[in-house]
Design a protein around this ligand. Structure first.
Ligand code: ATP
Length: 296
């Protein structure tokens, strides 16, 4: 199957500062990716290069097998929704929908209208009169109804309340089920999207430090909690990425999976084992990266 995105040695420098540093990855068609990382990690810079809004300093980049720059075949297959989209002053939501319909070949007008109703947006009100959350909802509607084979959401939620965010996740999952496409979600609300993601890419200081199937990742780390001496004994030969002492107790985050014998040992030591959330894992990995290279 052809990859939706192929990137090799992708680099973007601003003078002596390297925002994206020799990043290589592929994104398969019809999969949901999480592009995660701390502020300033380089996520938006990567997304801007994928969507031809920025030229790489070096490296190779193909979207649907072609270079995306000034390539309408590729660009009409790509929808990029960012946090603060600007619209012409006189535009109403209906104008935005009309424009999107003219640009995206797979646009579904009826679906867009049903989403406008779901999010409770006023189609005739000028965009500049919409609230912050309503503007975000408008972007999300364009992203979903475009049905673009590569749809990228870069922190699309500014001002969006929890109910509306859940509506977005629900509609995304439903529509992806009936119209699979490659979806990239870049967000700091990792716990909220962790069940949606099929594959996780973690960017840190311009480098790709993790590129892993989400299910595999979920089984790659766990926390162990109990008395400090028992935790120390249990983790003696394990890779501990985080330790949180609390009086005589300690909770440690450990990478790697557990054998049945190790689970028995943990029980015998009176230790509690729990899976690590994706958000916790990302926090641990990006906190320590730079001090010590982590290999998951
Ligand atoms: N035009 C520019 N000139 C100089 N530095 C830039 C420019 N654009 C981005 N950068 C720097 O590149 C780095 C990566 O920025 P980027 O916007 O890609 O981060 P991000 O991962 O999307 O962060 P956030 O989660 O905060 O949105 C940052 O240090 C940023 O300051």
């Amino acid at each position: 199957m052809q990859s939706a995105v192929e990137v090799e040695g992708l680099t973007k420098s601003y003078g002596s500062f390297t925002a994206v540093d020799h990043v290589s990855f592929q994104m398969e068609a019809d999969k949901i990716y999480g592009l995660l990382g701390r502020n300033g990690a380089g996520k938006t810079t990567i997304m801007h290069m994928l969507t031809a809004q920025l030229f790489p300093t070096s490296g190779k980049l193909k979207v649907f097998g072609e270079a995306p720059y000034e390539n309408n075949r590729v660009l009409s297959q790509t929808c990029f929704i960012k946090e603060s989209q600007k619209y012409p002053d006189n535009f109403r939501l209906a104008d935005v929908m009309e424009m999107a319909e003219s640009f995206f070949p797979n646009w579904d007008r009826a679906y867009a209208q049903s989403l406008i109703a779901d999010f409770g947006l006023p189609p005739r009100r000028r965009m500049k009169k919409l609230s912050r959350g309503m503007l975000s909802a408008a972007g999300i509607i364009v992203g979903l109804a475009s049905r673009a084979p590569l749809t990228i959401f870069d922190e699309p939620y500014l001002g969006l309340d929890a109910v509306a965010r859940n509506l977005f996740y629900d509609r995304l999952i439903e529509d992806y089920g009936s119209h699979p496409r490659t979806i990239v979600l870049s967000t700091h609300l990792i716990d909220e999207v962790s069940q949606i993601l099929e594959h996780v890419m973690l960017i840190d200081k311009g480098r790709l430090i993790l590129n892993e199937n989400a299910d595999v990742l979920r089984g790659r780390a766990f926390t162990v909690a109990g008395t400090t001496s028992a935790v120390e004994a249990f983790t003696a030969r394990k890779k501990v990425v985080h330790r949180a002492p609390f009086g005589a107790l300690t909770s440690a985050t450990v990478t790697g999976s557990l054998t049945p014998a190790e689970q028995k040992q943990a029980n015998a030591l009176g230790l509690e084992l729990a899976p690590v959330s994706l958000q916790q894992l990302v926090v641990h990995l990006t906190n320590q990266h730079g001090q010590e290279e982590e290999t998951l």
